[in-house]
Write a protein that binds this ligand. Structure first.
Ligand code: PLP
Length: 394
C-alpha cells in the first residue's frame, strides 16, 4: 500500500534509534554505556511521586481531565512562571500536553500552512525539522559561526515572504549554548518587525552551570509577547521524562486552536502525571538545585577529558547549560579515516560500546553529541573507551 507522501520524508529520531540499538546490545549481554539519549538519570523527587500516589488513592486520577489540562495545573504553571520570570500568563493562555514534544507538534499544526517556512538555527533538536514537515511546512536552516552563534543578519539572509516562525532553543540541545539578553532582544525586535512567531523552547532553563545566567524571552517585556510561544515542561528540570508533561504558553488565539487539535488527537495527558506536575511546579524546589549541582560536577569533570581527545574540539568552550557536549570531530574523522560522523558513531558503538549521536541528526555534520546525564563512573569509563578507540585507530 502506498503510504502518505508526507510521512515518507520523515526520518526516525536519531537519538531514539541509537538508544534502541544500545538497549538491544545491553539485552544481548553487551556492556554498553549509552550517552546517546537526553534523559536525566535521577529519580523523580519523592514529594512529586507522593502527590501522584495520592491522586491515585483518592480517586482523582481515574478520570479524564479537560483536554488542555487541569485548571489547578495551569494555575501552578502560571504561578511558577510568574515567580521565576515575573511575567503573567492567564491560565487560558496555557495548554498542557503529553510532553513538550507534543506541545511543539500541536503548535506547528496550528500555525503552519502548506509551504510556510520555519527557521532553525543549526544545530537544532532532531524533532523540530520533522515536526515542521509533518505540518506541511518547510524547515529552513540558519547558518551559525564556529561558536555556533548567529546574528539577525543570519536570520535576515534566510527570511522570505513565507517565513512563519523561528525556533529559539535556549539553553540549547545539543550544544548547551545560552543566548544573552542582548542577543534575544535583537532577535525579538527582528521577529516582531517581520511578524514572525518566535517559538522559545526553554525546557533546559533550570540547568545552568558555573555561574552562567539564563534569560527567558519572557523577561524582555510584554511588547514582544504577541509573537512568542513558550515551550517548557517537567522532563528535564524535575527528572520526569517518563511522566510526559509539557506545555505551551502564548497568545490566546493560538492556544485555543491547540486545544481544539488536542481534543481530537490525544485528549488530556495522563491525569496522574498532571497531579504529579502540580507538585513539581508548586512544591519544594530544592531537588532541582541538587540535580543541577550533580550535572555541574559531571560537566566539569567530563569537559576537559573530551576536549583532550585527539581531534575533538569545542570552539565555544565549556557549555553554559543543558546536559550535552557537542564537539566538532572533523579532525578526529581525518585522523581515524572515517568519512563522516555516522560511520564514526556506529564504530564507537559496536567496537567501544559507547552510544553517541552523529551531528547530522542536528543539522550539523562533522560533530557528535554526547549526554552527560549519567553517573560519573560511567562517564569516566565512556571517556576511557573512546580514548582507547581513538588510540587504536590513529
Ligand atoms: N525540546 C528539547 C530541546 C528537548 O531536548 C526535548 C527532549 O529531549 C524536548 C523538547 C521534549 O521534551 P519532553 O517531550 O520530554 O517534554
Amino acid at each position: 500500500m502506498e503510504l502518505s507522501h508526507k510521512v515518507m520524508q520523515i526520518q526516525p529520531s536519531a537519538t531514539l534509534k541509537i538508544s534502541a540499538q544500545a538497549k538491544q546490545m545491553l539485552a544481548d549481554g553487551v556492556d554498553v554505556i549509552n550517552l546517546g539519549i537526553g534523559e536525566p538519570d535521577f529519580q523523580t523527587p519523592a514529594n512529586i511521586k507522593q502527590a501522584a500516589i495520592e491522586s491515585i488513592n483518592n480517586g482523582q486520577a481515574s478520570f479524564y481531565t479537560p483536554a488542555t489540562g487541569l485548571p489547578a495545573l495551569k494555575q501552578a504553571i502560571s504561578d511558577r512562571i510568574e515567580a521565576d520570570h515575573h511575567y503573567h500568563f492567564d491560565p487560558s493562555q496555557i495548554v498542557v500536553t503529553n510532553g513538550a514534544k507534543l506541545a511543539l507538534f500541536t503548535l506547528f499544526q496550528v500555525v503552519i500552512n502548506p509551504g510556510d517556512e520555519v527557521l532553525l538555527p543549526v544545530p537544532y533538536w532532531v524533532s523540530y525539522s520533522e515536526q515542521v514537515k509533518l505540518a506541511s511546512g518547510i524547515p529552513v536552516e540558519v547558518g551559525t559561526d564556529r561558536q555556533l552563534r548567529f546574528t539577525v543578519a543570519d536570520l535576515e539572509a534566510q527570511r522570505t515572504a513565507k517565513t512563519k516562525a523561528l525556533v529559539l532553543n535556549s539553553p540549547q540541545n545539543p550544544s548547551g549554548l545560552v543566548f544573552s539578553r542582548a542577543e534575544l532582544t535583537a532577535i525579538l525586535d527582528w521577529a516582531t518587525q517581520h511578524d514572525i512567531l518566535v517559538i522559545a523552547d526553554e525546557i533546559y532553563e533550570k540547568l545552568l552551570y558555573n555561574g552562567n545566567q539564563f534569560t527567558s524571552v519572557l523577561e524582555l517585556g510584554a511588547a514582544y509577547m504577541d509573537h512568542v510561544v513558550l515551550i517548557n515542561g517537567v522532563s528535564k528540570a524535575y527528572s520526569m521524562t517518563g511522566w510526559r508533561i509539557g506545555y505551551a504558553a502564548g497568545p490566546k488565539a493560538i492556544m485555543a486552536k491547540m486545544g481544539v487539535v488536542l481534543g481530537h488527537a490525544s485528549s488530556n495527558p495522563a491525569a496522574v502525571s498532571q497531579y504529579a506536575a502540580i507538585e513539581a511546579f508548586s512544591g519544594d524546589q530544592s531537588s532541582v538545585e541538587t540535580m543541577r549541582q550533580g550535572f555541574e560536577q559531571r560537566l566539569n569533570e567530563l569537559y576537559p577529558l573530551i576536549e583532550s581527545l585527539p581531534g575533538f574540539k569545542l570552539p565555544a568552550g565549556k557549555p553554559a547549560g543543558a546536559f550535552y557536549l557537542f564537539p566538532d570531530i572533523t579532525e578526529a574523522l581525518r585522523l581515524t579515516g572515517y568519512t563522516a560522523a555516522p560511520a564514526f558513531c556506529t564504530a564507537v558503538l559496536s567496537e567501544a560500546h559507547v552510544g553517541l549521536v552523529p551531528g547530522e541528526a542536528f543539522g550539523l555534520p562533522g560533530h557528535l553529541r554526547l549526554s552527560y546525564a549519567t553517573d560519573l563512573a560511567s562517564l569516566r569509563q565512556a571517556y576511557q573507551r573512546i580514548h582507547e578507540f581513538m588510540n587504536k585507530k590513529i
